[in-house]
Each structure stands twice: as C-alpha cells, then as structure tokens.
Design a protein. Structure first.
Length: 270
C-alpha cells in the first residue's frame, strides 16, 4: 500500500504557505514561520511536508484498523470540501455549526439522531394520517436535524480520530476530543495554537484550494487504509462484486523546481 503523494510545489500553488497578518499571529507558531512579506507571515512548508506525511500515516493506520474518522470544518470555505471528502472516503463529517456536547454528550446526540431517522420515515411514508401543516413542520424539523447531524447519523459512536480545518473556529470540538482522548489532526494557521492538537499541520486554513488539497489527501489516506485492511483480511479485491471505494485519480502538479515561499502570487488571508 502507498500513501497519497503530494509535493511542496502543490502546497505552494494552493497558497498553503500564506499565514495571517503579522499582528494576528500566535507566538506559539513561531517555530513554524519561515518569515514575513508585506506584513504577512509565511509558513515554513519544509516543516509542513513531513508533518503532513506523519498525519497521513496516522489517518491510514486508523482507517486500516476499522476506525472512524470525523471531518470537521464549519467555515464557509470548508463546508463543501469537508462533506465531499468524508463521503468519498465513507467517513463522517460536521460542516455546519458544531453543537456543544456532540462528542461528550453522545447519548443525547444519539436521541436526536433517532428523531432524525423517525422524521425521515414519516416523510418517506407520505405523512399518512397527518395534516399538510403537520407534515410541513416535520419536514422543517428533519431539515434542521439533517444540517446538524446528517453527517454523523450513521457514525454509531464517538470517532477514533478527528480531522479539523481552523482550530480557532472549532475550539469546542477540539476541547471535546481532548477530553475523550481522541487524537486530532488539524491544519494550523499562523494565528492558531499548535499545542492544542495531536498532529499539527502548518498551513493556510482559509484558501479554498489549500483546503481542498488537505481534504483530498486525508480522504485518499483513509481509502488506502481501507484497502490495506481488505488485503490483510485475505480478500481478493479485484474479484469482489463490490470492491471498496477507490480514490479519485487527480492530476498531480508537474515536477519542477520549487520556488521560495517568499516568491509567487499573493493570496494571504486577512
């Protein structure tokens, strides 16, 4: 089995090296900062590459053991990529507002998920015996529950690992994971605290292209782990009527000389 490949050039082209304005930084990120340009911190991608590789190894390990991975990213730029990557790798996601107690009060959340299933059953059955207004209210309730819990409705319990975009915005999620001892893989921008997560990955957490790259790599690592699990089990994947989901083949950036992180187009987050 092989981990998904990526290069520093891809990270550069995605704008992963651009941090925030220098006055917005977290001093704990000092060791991950290459320098600054136009009052924007430039993240040291020579450290991002090995840390990202280490995180992918952990993700693959969890998936290979049958563990559950929860993708978390509720900021506008991340919602679609988080959902798509989680669904492609047969995992779970929260891309709307994080509800306090989602992990630490799982028993209560399970009741809400059960209610979601109940409303879906009622609607699928055509709302027999209910008035139009009652059906409409149930549809609204279903939609509200689905936005909050649809991505974890089939998770069946707390995850074995969590992948997070923007640790500041998802601070409550990270606190809950830490309380339960769930390892956290997270993208940490120049304004984040790297000590809050288990596997920090220095990188821009606002640029859509960068977020998509991170999500794709995590999803590919999961798929590789699932495939490894199948192979270890002695299954002939090629002869299977329903082989495991394969990673989408993406075009990789052409090989070439790597430019300095201080060069290239501007695209910092503000």
């Amino acid at each position: 089995m092989a981990l998904p490949e990526f290069s520093m050039r891809q990270l550069l082209e995605a704008g992963a090296h651009f941090g925030h304005q220098t006055h917005r930084w977290n001093p704990k990120m000092d060791r991950y900062i290459f320098g600054e340009k136009s009052n924007i911190h430039i993240l040291d991608l020579s450290q991002t590459v090995p840390l990202l590789h280490q995180a992918l190894l952990k993700v693959r390990e969890v998936a290979a053991k049958g563990g559950r991975v929860l993708f978390v990213g509720t900021k506008r730029q991340a919602t679609d990529h988080i959902k798509a990557a989680a669904q492609r790798s047969a995992q779970y996601y929260i891309n709307q507002r994080w509800l306090g107690g989602t992990l630490t009060n799982w028993q209560t959340v399970s009741k809400s998920i059960a209610r979601l299933r109940e409303t879906e059953t009622i609607i699928a059955g055509g709302g027999v015996g209910l008035t139009k207004r009652e059906v409409l209210n149930i549809q609204r309730e279903r939609d509200k529950l689905d936005r909050s819990l649809g991505g974890i409705a089939s998770m069946g319990g707390v995850p074995d690992l969590m992948f997070v975009i923007d640790t500041n915005k998802e601070a409550i999620a990270i606190q809950e994971a830490k309380k339960l001892g769930i390892p956290v893989v997270a993208i940490i921008d120049s304004n984040c605290d790297p000590d809050e997560v288990t596997f920090p990955i220095p990188g821009n957490d606002d640029a859509a292209r960068a977020i998509q790259l991170y999500c794709d790599l995590i999803a590919d690592a999961i798929l590789d782990g699932l495939t490894e699990s199948q192979v270890r089990g002695g299954k002939d994947i090629g002869a299977s009527e329903r082989p495991p989901v394969e990673a989408v083949v993406r075009e990789r950036a052409p090989a070439g000389p790597v430019e300095s992180p201080l060069d290239g187009p501007t695209g910092a987050n503000y």
